[in-house]
Design a protein around this ligand. Structure first.
Ligand SMILES: [Zn+2]
Length: 271
């Protein structure tokens, strides 16, 4: 499942193909993914120039000179393919540029989404309206987290997954960052000291940046036809490593809570 670093890598991979180009071909090969595509999607995008790309949480943003932003979400299995040699059953949406290049959104499980939002109103768009700061932004700092968690008795892990506290963090990176910061996933958010929250913020930024760099190092593969954006293998500290040894000599454990698995080291993350 694509998380923030995969979305960031995807956006960076789309930039050389789309940025500054005019969209000469826009093809929706079905009417929906998780929800219906905007009915005027093709009309509003065809002939528009892409002025820039960006990311908010786990959404990719493609801005146009018509004041519209195409917002994409990769859901569980979405990915963009670049200059595909053929277009198949799971390729649901295609953009072609005046340079003759093409990108297609491939999504076998169809949990992704495509929306067109007026660029000027993006911050007020429903999924973004109540979202917390970007984890890699300057606003996400120890002082902010101290305020956001003040008086909260919920486990820190659940609070970090709450998009109103911080945007775009998923299960894998929360497990990894809590391990790096040496904080128990079940610790009440409001009972973590300022210095430990500072460490946690640094750990979150570190694990995300490392993953984005890992993705970036695979970007060269996207230059070739049929390059697929969005997935790369990473080495985790605790995630998916139940029963393996942590660096401290203790065994990594897994706990199941509300449908998600938490991986942690009982020795490194005692409190
Ligand atoms: Zn350990």
């Amino acid at each position: 499942m694509p998380e923030l670093p995969e979305v960031e890598t995807t956006v960076r991979g789309l930039v050389p193909v789309l940025e500054g180009r005019r969209l000469t071909r826009v093809e929706a090969r079905r009417a929906d993914l998780r929800r219906a595509f905007p009915p005027d999607l093709r009309q509003r995008l065809t002939g528009a120039a892409v002025t820039g790309l960006g990311r908010r949480a786990k959404y990719g943003l493609i801005h146009t000179d018509r004041g519209d932003t195409l917002v994409f979400h990769l859901g569980m299995s979405g990915r963009w393919r670049i200059d595909p040699s053929d277009v198949g059953a799971h390729d649901h949406f295609l953009l072609g540029t005046d340079e003759g290049r093409e990108v297609v959104l491939n999504d076998p499980r169809r949990f992704g989404s495509l929306d067109l939002v007026e660029t000027a109103t993006l911050d007020r768009w429903e999924p973004f309206a109540k979202m917390g700061p970007e984890p890699l932004g300057d606003d996400f700092a120890g002082a902010y987290l101290l305020r956001a968690l003040d008086g909260r008795s919920a486990p820190i892990k659940a609070l970090l997954l709450d998009q109103r506290v911080v945007a775009g963090l998923g299960n894998i990176y929360v497990c990894e960052a809590l391990h790096m910061a040496g904080i128990s996933p079940t610790r009440a958010g409001g009972r973590i000291s300022r210095p430990r929250l500072e460490r946690l913020v640094e750990a979150i930024k570190t694990v995300l940046v490392a993953a984005i760099e890992a993705g970036g190092s695979t970007l060269r593969d996207y230059a070739r036809p049929d390059g697929e954006l969005g997935y790369f293998s990473k080495q985790w500290r605790v995630y998916g490593r139940e029963g393996e040894s942590c660096g401290c000599g203790s065994m990594i454990r897994r706990r199941a809570d509300s449908g998600r698995s938490t991986f942690f080291c009982p020795r490194c993350q005692r409190a």
